[in-house]
Design a binder for this molecule. Structure first.
Ligand code: PLP
Length: 424
């Protein structure tokens, strides 16, 4: 066998096994979702071209329709989120955050963000991340009930005088008091960035109240709950459009694939449908239902509750396994989750994670209901209590078989019935 044949065979084999694996597992990783297959047919000829720069100022020829498509994407994003300006070129939300810092800060400037173990993200100042090296971060936390301690945050902001205050999180299960964050930012003369990477789809679908007008800038993933292609949008007030756009290009990146712009536009259009609103609402209902189930199984199992598409399990306290051990136990049964540092934990390091983050976006997209999640909570608890792995895996296989999770990936168009009555 030549190298070429062998590599082709290994590629085919691993990709096929991965597809089978995805078909036979339950995906509770909160950043994952099942992306509808119909979108692959929105713009069949856009696979090959990339573009750079801002509409009307491209460095490549043949950009007229590119401009039209990108301007449309911006228009739709502004309409969906009610903001002054939107750019959808970032390759990921990490890169969107990088661009926002580049736009609003100089190296060494002070930034105040949510502590990692209380739900913050690594691009919010973790030492190992570019953000923690380039800027001077300090962190605010949560009170004993797990809710952001806004009084302590205010005091901290007055002492530290950050140039940028960051709201938003990876694993904070509650709503944000954006009006309070805005007021604190104003008191100390800081800009406010809301990183809504996770919540974007819930906000667009009307399931997570959050006033974007309180922020100077918002970053959000196009994937995750928004269910679009991998990438990110930066939204801002109209007066910041120039500084944000030039921080994206040429500030922090050059090209972007046009395909992502059209896929993202299609995903944003879908958020206007009644079906998407139901999906978004179901994300929250399922997370709350799961929290109830786990609380009934063990009153110590859930950290607080949930206003969004995930909940936090304190597996150490309830089941005697740290987050990594719990993650591995569930993986053996066909349930995918991720270890999570918890607010009460002693450190931010993931190797000390005391629990799991349990997401519901994939479950909601695949059509699982509250009865299914009840079964799921029981089997997760059984697995964490040391029940027979084969027996647990059979329950999981039964769940994945019954709900036909990949139906969402069929290439049929969605039901375009709008969520709001349209006016003529
Ligand atoms: C709050 C937050 N911001 C930014 C990111 C980075 O997103 P990406 O992984 O697309 O770079 C994440 C990722 O999960 C996140 O949770």
């Amino acid at each position: 066998m030549s190298d070429l044949d062998e590599w082709r065979e290994r590629l085919r084999s691993a990709a096929t096994r991965q597809a089978d694996y995805e078909r036979s597992t339950i995906d509770l990783i909160a950043s994952d979702n099942a992306v509808p297959g119909w979108r692959a047919h929105t713009a069949p000829y856009l696979g090959d071209m990339i573009q750079e720069g801002i509409a009307g100022k491209r460095p490549f020829a043949g950009a007229a329709i590119h401009d039209e498509l990108e301007l449309l994407a911006g228009e739709v994003a502004r309409g969906v989120f009610g903001v002054g300006h939107a750019i959808l070129q970032s390759h990921s939300c990490s890169q969107a955050n990088q661009a926002v810092y580049h736009a609003l800060l100089r190296p060494g400037d002070r930034v105040l963000a949510l502590r990692f173990r209380a739900g913050g993200h690594l691009t919010h100042g973790m030492r190992a991340n570019f953000s923690g090296r380039a800027y001077n971060f300090e962190f605010y936390g949560v009170d004993a009930s797990g809710v952001i301690d806004y009084d302590a945050l205010r005091e901290h902001a007055h002492r530290f005088e950050p140039k940028l205050l960051i709201g938003g999180s990876s694993s904070y299960p509650w709503r944000y008091d954006t009006a309070r964050l805005r007021a604190i930012a104003d008191e100390v003369g800081a800009r406010l960035l809301l990183d809504l990477s996770h919540e974007a789809g819930l906000i667009a679908g009307g399931a997570f109240p959050c006033d974007l007008a309180d922020a100077d800038v918002v970053t959000m993933s196009l994937d995750k709950t928004l269910r679009g292609p991998h990438g990110a949008a930066i939204l801002c007030r109209a007066d910041l459009a120039g500084v944000i756009d030039s921080a994206v290009h040429p500030g922090t990146q050059s090209s972007f694939p046009l395909r992502r712009i059209t896929d993202a536009t299609a995903a944003l259009l879908e958020t206007r449908t009644a079906a998407f609103a139901e999906y978004a609402e179901r994300c929250v209902t399922l997370a709350r239902g799961l929290a109830e189930h786990f609380r009934r199984i063990d009153p110590d199992a859930v950290v607080g509750g949930s206003d969004k598409h995930y909940l936090l399990l304190d597996t150490e306290r309830a089941f005697g396994h740290d987050g990594h051990a719990a993650e591995l136990l569930l993986e053996r049964c066909g349930v995918l989750s991720n270890r999570q540092s918890l607010p009460g934990g002693a450190s931010d390091r993931l190797k000390d994670a005391g629990g799991l983050r349990i997401g519901t976006a994939w479950l909601s997209s695949c059509g699982y209901d509250e009865h299914d999640t009840g079964v799921l909570a029981e089997v997760v608890a059984d697995a964490l209590r040391g029940a027979d792995v084969d027996k647990c895996a059979r329950v999981v296989r039964d769940l994945t078989g019954r709900v036909r999770p990949l139906d969402v990936r069929r290439a049929t168009e969605p039901d375009w019935t709008p969520r709001f009555a349209t006016t003529s």
